[in-house]
Design a protein around this ligand. Structure first.
Ligand code: FAD
Ligand code: N01
Length: 534
């Protein structure tokens, strides 16, 4: 083998340098592997590298939305706010990359375009947009659940004379909207975080809403050093306690059912949680996500709050969601609803007046043209599968992953796909991922994958992949469990409903912490449900 060909041989190639890819590299290096991480961006960070829009921050508390694999790291890092901003999260990720000397094995500015499994030599050939090919025994897709930006195909965008942005592909330099007429399309989490800040600068802001969303005030604040000290004094225990909860986070779960208590008790609990702020609102009662009637009590409460905050009754009505709370991801905001009381902010209902085209001067709906200087697409992502199916992945017999997933993604445990040996997914469809605090879920997957790779590499085996039966049974189970909840009962990106033509399948697994138990059991029983080839 030539020197150049040898240099292109790796034990593992990891795609993506977000939280998942960075920790995967760290773990695989510890196994003594030769690893390369390939990342499309010019720095590490993933979500927090790309989503630089005004107001971007996490909605899981910083003390929990952070790595726990290194106690030194979690002890020494000082978060400033309850919910860290995107710049602070990006600083943290860069610190991690430096502290663990990760950069030397990351190839930035390079996009993986294909990965083909060669059954003869049991290796993957990974191709990139610079025309290079590299070979690896294992490929780990750390490509992110929310990384494939969705810019809707509205005719005319190319001819727009102003500037346009997608929240998930925001420029690196701050965008100044001062004195500009701005349109925001979308009212999901990204829109709800950015709208109040864009409104502070814009001379006119027009929000184009397709589906109103529930949002809870964040009540963000500087972190109290006494509280931080208390958590740090028992950090591993605190993490372990949260690992035993459904969202993998400290939400103060109430075991009572909303329908088992009086309306007064219910409202008092909702008031308390509204005042506390953030996602713990969903943990107000145990039945909220499982019983529509219980869910409706929370929905009515939030709608009442919207009517109290928004002065114009017609706007309040339009901002009030009609469906269930939380089956689309609950949003967390700072001053979102109140922003619509500002005279220069207006709301357009695109159901009543659909967007027809983007013109050179703005946005044309059925009834009129809105002239704007800038358009912000807060239109989300081809979630959970988009970043994977954009890569031309071919497994045994040249089978394409796009074909294997034609009816929706099929995996075993969200980690492995039948027909694609030695390919692993971090927080793939079929795992709890986006229904939890994602950082510990990412670490859980990385640890499981690293242990599995160590097992396969122990000398006895050449490859591992999901068995077809185990995969089918798992997909059925994921659907059955999902159907016990309200999650599949509205149009959300969890179901692929935001992307035209995407199969409607509830993709995440609603089952943390039993899921972690299942993964442990599978490994302990010699990777039952997986085909290990010696
Ligand atoms: P990502 O961070 O998405 O990283 C994937 C990387 O892979 C990207 O850098 C991408 O460029 C790269 N990549 C993809 N395809 C290719 C390719 N073909 N070739 C090369 N590189 C590729 N989760 C929470 O739990 N709490 C939160 O508060 C929270 N807030 C969020 C806020 C926003 C705005 C968004 C969009 C998501 C948020 N999430 C949150 C989810 C968040 O995505 C995860 O928490 C986490 O950051 C995902 O890390 P990751 O490494 O798995 O993926
Ligand atoms: O994307 P979304 P996002 N015409 O898909 C609308 C995480 N996150 O980037 O609902 C008109 O939620 C679409 O309408 P509809 C979090 O997990 C977290 O905001 O499909 N409108 C919707 O209103 C989140 O869930 C934070 O009818 C169109 C919006 O665009 C996930 O990332 C912050 C349209 C998209 O909302 C994605 O959030 C940000 C069209 N053609 C993100 N196409 C935190 O707070 C789409 N829309 C931590």
């Amino acid at each position: 083998m030539s020197e150049e060909a040898e240099a292109n041989q790796y034990d593992s190639i990891v795609v993506g340098a977000g939280f998942g890819g960075l920790y995967m590299l760290h773990r695989l290096r510890k196994l003594g592997q030769r690893v390369l991480v390939i990342e499309a961006g010019d720095g590490p960070g993933g979500t927090w590298y790309w989503n630089r829009y005004p107001g971007a921050r996490c909605d899981i508390q910083s003390l929990e939305y952070s790595y726990q694999f290194s106690d030194e790291l979690q002890q020494e890092w000082e978060w400033s706010e309850r919910y860290a901003t995107q710049p602070e999260l990006l600083r943290y990720i860069n610190h991690v990359a430096d502290r663990f000397d990760l950069r030397r094995d990351i190839l930035f500015n390079t996009r993986v375009t294909g990965a083909r499994y060669d059954e003869a030599d049991q290796r993957w050939t990974v191709t990139t947009d610079d025309g290079q090919a590299r070979s690896a025994r294992f490929v780990i897709m750390a490509t992110g659940c929310l990384s494939s930006a969705n810019v809707p195909a509205i005719p005319g965008l190319a001819g727009f004379q102003g500037d346009w942005y997608h929240t998930g592909r925001w420029p690196h330099e701050p965008v100044d909207f001062t004195g500009k007429r701005v349109a925001v399309i979308g009212t999901g989490s990204s829109a709800i975080q950015s709208i109040p800040l864009i409104a502070r600068q814009a001379s006119e802001l027009t929000v184009f809403q397709r589906t109103a969303n529930y949002s809870i005030p964040a009540r963000n604040a500087l972190l109290d050093p006494v509280e931080v000290k208390a958590v740090k004094a028992r950090y591993p225990t605190y993490r372990a306690e949260n690992r035993e909860t459904a969202f993998h986070a400290d939400f103060g779960y109430n075991e009572l059912n909303a329908l088992d208590v009086s309306a007064e008790v219910r409202d008092a609990e909702y008031e308390r949680r509204w005042a506390m702020g953030g996602l713990p609102f969903l943990a107000a009662f145990a039945d909220l996500m499982f019983d529509e009637r219980a869910n409706k009590t929370a929905a009515d409460f939030i709608r009442r709050k919207i009517r109290e905050i928004v002065s114009d009754p017609a706007t309040a009505e339009l901002l009030s969601p009609k469906g269930l709370v939380g089956c689309k991801r609950l949003c967390v905001d700072t001053d979102y609803y109140a922003t619509f009381n500002l005279a220069h902010v207006s709301l357009v209902d695109v159901n009543a007046d659909p967007i027809q085209a983007i013109t050179s001067r703005g946005i044309r709906t059925e009834t009129r043209e809105y002239e704007v200087d800038a358009i912000v697409f807060a239109t989300g992502f081809d979630a959970m599968t988009g970043a994977i199916t954009k890569v031309d992945i071919r497994g045994r017999n040249g089978q394409r992953i796009q074909d294997a997933w034609e009816e929706g993604p099929k995996t075993y445990l969200g980690l492995s796909v039948n027909g694609f040996p030695n390919l692993f997914l971090i927080t793939g469809p079929g795992s709890p991922s986006v229904l939890t605090n994602m950082l510990p879920s990412i670490e859980h997957h990385v640890d499981w994958i690293a242990d599995c790779i160590e097992h396969v590499s122990s000398g006895r085996f050449v490859s591992i992949e999901a068995e077809a039966d185990a995969q089918e049974n798992w997909v059925t189970h994921v659907n059955e469990v999902g159907n016990t909840s309200v999650y599949p009962r509205c149009n959300s990106w969890y179901l692929g409903a935001n992307i035209p033509g995407k199969p409607r399948v509830f993709m995440p697994y609603l089952g943390f912490p039993p899921y972690a138990e299942k993964c442990r059991e599978v490994a302990d029983r010699g990777y039952v449900g997986f085909r290990l080839i010696a």
